[in-house]
Structures are given as C-alpha cells and as structure tokens.
Design a protein around this ligand. Structure first.
Ligand code: GLN
Length: 462
C-alpha cells in the first residue's frame, strides 16, 4: 500500500462510520493526503525514513496543532487556532505521518467516559450504547474502529490506559518526562504525560521512539535513556519470561473488580507462571489512599493551570449582559459560560484545597501520601522487575450510567492513578473479553525510565 491509499482508506472509513462512533472533533482530510503524498515521495526516493513514515495518526484534541482547531472539547476554546505545534506534533510532521484529525475527550481531559465533552458523545465501537472510556475516548475509539492505526492520548490519571482497556486497544503512559509536554494543554502538570494508543505493543513502542526524548521547551523533559524501544521489543523472546520477577499488586486486585476482569487477570498470571515467571504478591499499602490524594493534588493543579482562560487570551470572550465591562466581569462571564460542570467542580475543589487555612490539611497531606506511594513503588521494585494489575475495575459501562455520579466516575481510575503519582511507566494491553463480548485490559508497570522493559513484558503477554 502507498500512504495515500492507506490514508484515503482511513478517511473513507471515518466518513462512512464516524457519525455513529463520534471519535473525531475535526477531520484534516486535505492536509493528511498532502502529507501522505510527501511520505510516498520520500519512500520512493529511497530516503532514510522512520518506520512509521506515511502511517496515519489521530491526535487527542488537547494537543496543539498549528492552524488546526484545538478545543480540549471545551466551549472556552471554540474557534481558537493555535499559533504553534506541540513538540510531539513537530516530530510527527517531520517524519511525515499524515494527521487524520483531532479526537474527542472529556473537557480538558477530566473524566473517564468522554461524556464531559462539550461537543459530542463518543460511542464504544464494541457496543455503541457504551462509553469508550476517558478522557481519551476519541483516540481509543478511533483506533478500535479502524479509523486510524495510530493515535496519541494524554494520561494524567489513566486517560490513555483506561480507554485502551475498554476498547481492546494498546495504550501506554511513558515515564514522566520521557515525552515532551510542550503544547499539551495542561491539566495537572506534575502528572500529565502524552503517549501512544495503538493496536499492537510494537506500534506503541515505535510511536514512543518517534515522539519521545529530550525537548528544550519542557523543563521536566529527560533524555530518553532507552533508545530504540521497537528494536528491544523485537529482540524479546518468550524464553525471557523465565525467571522474570512479576509482582501482583495486592491493593489492585480482589474486591471492587468485576468477576470477568479478575478471571482474565488470573488467567494471564497463570500463563506467566507456566512460562517460568516468578510471580509473587506485593504489598503497596499507600495505594489505598492514591485515589483521595489524586483528587486533591490534581484539582489543585487544575485550578492553577486553568486560570489562563480569562476571556482575553484565548478563544471565547463573553461580555456581561449588563453593567460595566471590566476585566473581572468579562472573566466571570466567559468562565461561567465557557466551562462545563466537571471543570468548574474541579476548579472550585482546587482553589479550596489550596486556600490559606486548608492547604496543610488537604494539599499538604495529599503530597505526603504521594511520597508514600513513591516509597511503595521503590520497595516493590526492589522485590520484582515489573508489577501487573487489571487496568480498570470494569469493562465499558453504559452511556449515561455514571455521568451524574462523580464518585462512581472517579473510581474507574483506582488502578491507573498510582503510576501518575510516582511517574513510573504503565501500559494497558487487551486481555480477553467478558461474557458480553466487551474487552478487558491488563496493566504492566515498570520502574521509572524502564519503558523498554514495560514494552517487552507487554509484548509477551499480548
Ligand atoms: N479519569 C481521570 C480524571 O478524571 C483521568 C484524567 C486523565 O488522565 N486525563 O482525572
């Protein structure tokens, strides 16, 4: 296939079915075909191209793209055209991957079902009455529906891995600092990380090879210590499981997990044992407090990051209906009209936990829990090489089922949040289907900067 043929096939499929799935907020047909032609030209000329050159990709709509709308699925950014490309987008363009378009998400990446989008619902391609997970439900649905072979997501508390789990795709959150956040519209900066959504572990490794590595524009970015993740995955053999020390996180199994999720997890553990892995149960007591601590630290950072949407600098500007037009009143009217419920809830929570008099009791305490979680990971990785758990407590739930119950929605993140709190890499890979035919995911966690090990083990489970 040429890249033009492949890209056209993706665009045709999107045109035919996306009115039912709702994965895309914006489709970049012309631009994608131009890039595809350029990719074909480079290959035909025998130029030294990246392995993914010419392979179409979809981008979560909180990653900025020059001249292409970027909304974060929020009314407050409607009509805004970014003046620059995110570093990951620059790298994708430099390697001539056709960008198919921008995918739907929960507003500002806050949610676990994509239902908090201000613009549309995304349906799970496996069952259109169910959610595709969130916040990156659009990217996951696009890959699951064969609209795009590759996509990018962002993961602050699980928004790559949980949608991957419930759509039967592969989703990886790299080590914090491995992929530049420059041009990712910030949610909680100390945890946000861009990563791949794909149909295979090899594709994900290749995509991280392309987008990862040091970037001057991101002060937390690190030199990619591990180059050629794809090569390392390819060199992995099933014999490598012999003697591999695999830890089951005690706190991330058992009660609270759907029977089908637990059953498939147990089966995978058995297979690992059969191939010679040394499996043990590892105790991470602070993980029990990861959820409450995340839902204090994350909103604190959200309230600060989202202060920039003031009705002056970006997108929407709403003037007060009556009375004087002052900066404060424009800000109030714009933010009142532009942000949805969930975003407002988190800004309020965040400003509260940071306010004088509360900050030690809430934010300070949560930071201490964060340190305890990091200590648990350190101790765990002295005993084992990798940790595994189910990715998400349930398979895809029905649209509308949890939308008005924030606590029920937040509980989806219980297994994914610890990795964000400590910065370690995590990947979700498909792990069978439940009795309704809905995909189940299994998660592999590795020590910080050992993304190669994570991908290698994932490729063996896959
Ligand atoms: N579901 C989580 C939340 O709502 C994850 C968000 C994310 O990773 N962007 O905060």
């Amino acid at each position: 296939f040429t890249s033009v043929e492949l890209t056209q096939a993706c665009l045709d499929r999107i045109a035919q079915f996306d009115d039912r799935v709702g994965a895309f907020l914006y489709i970049n047909a012309e631009g994608a075909l131009e890039t595809a032609a350029e990719a074909d030209r480079r290959r035909a000329a025998g130029e030294d191209v990246h392995v993914l050159t010419g392979v179409p990709i979809a981008l979560k709509d909180n990653i900025v793209t020059r001249g292409m709308p970027t909304t974060c699925a929020s009314k407050i950014l409607e009509g805004w055209l970014p003046p620059y490309d995110a570093t990951v987008v620059e790298r994708i363009k430099a390697a001539a991957l056709p960008i198919l378009g921008k995918t739907n998400l929960d507003e500002f990446a806050m949610g676990s079902s994509s239902e908090h989008s201000a613009f549309k619902l995304t349906h799970n391609p496996w069952d259109l009455d169910r959610v595709p997970g969130g916040s990156g439900g659009g990217s996951a649905a696009a890959v699951a529906a064969f609209f795009a072979p590759l996509a990018l997501g962002s993961d602050t508390g699980g928004s790559i891995r949980q949608p991957a789990a419930v759509t039967g795709t592969v989703g990886a959150k790299p080590t914090y600092g491995n992929v530049s956040r420059y041009g990712l519209i910030a949610m909680a900066s100390s945890m946000d990380q861009i990563g791949p959504v794909t149909r295979s572990v090899r594709d994900a490794a290749a995509l991280q090879d392309l987008i990862g590595g040091y970037d001057f524009h991101d002060s937390t970015s690190q030199e990619a210590l591990e180059k050629d993740l794809l090569g390392q995955v390819k060199a992995t053999k099933v014999e490598d499981l012999k003697g591999l020390r695999v830890g089951i996180v005690k706190q991330l199994t058992g009660e609270g997990y759907a029977p089908a999720v637990s059953e498939h997890f147990e089966k995978t553990v058995q297979v690992l044992k059969d191939f010679g892995a040394e499996v043990s149960v590892v105790d991470c007591p602070a993980f029990d407090y990861a959820m409450p601590a995340y839902y204090l630290i994350m909103p604190a950072e959200v309230s600060s990051n989202l202060a920039r949407f003031d009705g002056v600098r970006y997108g929407l500007r709403v003037e007060p209906e009556e009375g004087p037009v002052t900066v404060e009143r424009v800000m109030e009217a714009t933010r009142g009209a532009g942000f949805g419920h969930e975003v407002k809830r988190r800004i309020l929570l965040g400003t509260f936990v940071l306010s004088a008099g509360q900050v030690d009791a809430y934010y300070g305490a949560a930071q201490k829990v964060r340190t305890l979680i990091q200590n648990d990971f350190d101790r765990a990785f002295e005993q084992v090489d990798v940790l595994i758990s189910p990715t998400s407590p349930t398979t895809a739930f029905k649209l509308g089922e949890k939308e008005s119950d924030p606590m029920a929605m937040y509980l989806n993140d219980v297994a994914t949040v610890p990795a964000n709190m400590s910065g370690v890499p995590g990947i979700s890979i498909p792990n069978g289907v439940d009795d309704k035919g809905l995909p189940v995911g299994v998660q592999v966690l590795a020590p910080a900067r050992q993304d190669a090990l994570m991908y290698r083990v994932a490729s063996l489970i896959e």
